[in-house]
Design a protein around this ligand. Structure first.
Ligand SMILES: [Fe+2]
Ligand SMILES: [Fe+2]
Length: 252
């Protein structure tokens, strides 16, 4: 032991060593992202050293979650500030327009997957994540916004987003399954609920406006069936997805 160092210096060194060791033990990149690099994932994963174990449990690098986490705990502790403001500002816009509370709530959680789970096909994942806890109309609308956002509806002032031209190029054409989904959604009784998500989907969020989750606590309370045992500790068709959100780097 190096006696020339103070107790706090030694404590700092120990913490750094433990953090470094922990880094080694965590599978930091998912197989899906590794596939994006065009390589066989198993060749890129560093094997654990003798005596090391892979992470199975709470990830100490992430904010600690309560034992019985609520929807608000998940958004506050697992979403980026920008992602949270996108949802909050969309909901604020819907509320300012006097839209029904169900639509305000749908706007509040419409991109829950892109912010906390996975970007690809985010409307479908988001709907599935929420389905056991929300009104069927809300999850239907979130699923359909995946397709509707690519198609204008001049009757309600929805244009093809200029951001998509920048992001995907002038010549981008939605894939056939998206076109088919749009055709089905157009004829659906809840079409306008989903369309209102698109209308209030704020692509240029206003940095001068800061909206808090507390402003929507009552809306969440009336529109989200919070399980008493905590999201992920319950037994629904999407409990495992909440658990993955909570502990995204578990080895298995
Ligand atoms: Fe979206
Ligand atoms: Fe959005």
């Amino acid at each position: 032991m190096d006696d020339s160092k103070s107790l706090s210096e030694r404590a700092d060194e120990l913490e750094e060593y433990q953090m470094q060791r922990l880094e080694d033990l965590i599978v930091t990149r998912s197989v899906l992202y590794q596939l994006g690099d065009g390589e066989q994932p198993q060749f890129k994963r560093r094997p654990p050293q003798p005596g090391q174990r892979l992470l199975m449990g709470e990830d100490t690098r992430l904010p600690k979650m309560p034992e019985k986490p609520t929807l608000t705990d998940f958004v506050k502790l697992r979403f980026s500030i920008g992602g949270q403001q996108h949802l909050l500002q969309s909901a604020r816009l819907a509320r300012n327009q006097g839209l029904p509370e169900k639509i305000v709530f749908a706007c509040l959680v419409h991109d829950i997957a892109v912010n906390g789970f996975i970007r690809s096909d985010h409307g479908y994942w988001g709907a599935q994540l929420l389905e056991p806890y929300v009104d069927e109309e809300v999850s239907w609308a979130i699923r359909a916004h995946q397709a509707l956002r690519f198609f204008p509806d001049e009757a309600v002032g929805y244009e093809y987003p200029k951001l998509y031209i920048r992001m995907f190029g002038e010549d981008y054409q939605p894939e056939p399954y998206i076109v088919a989904e749009y055709e089905r959604a157009k004829k659906h009784k809840w079409y306008m609920t989903s369309r209102m998500i698109c209308v209030n989907d704020l692509y240029s969020f206003d940095p001068d406006v800061v909206v808090a989750w507390e402003d929507f606590e009552d809306v969440i309370g009336r529109n989200f069936r919070q399980p008493s045992e905590g999201l992920g500790n319950d037994n629904t068709s999407s409990s495992h997805m909440w658990r993955t959100l909570r502990r995204p780097c578990n080895a298995l």
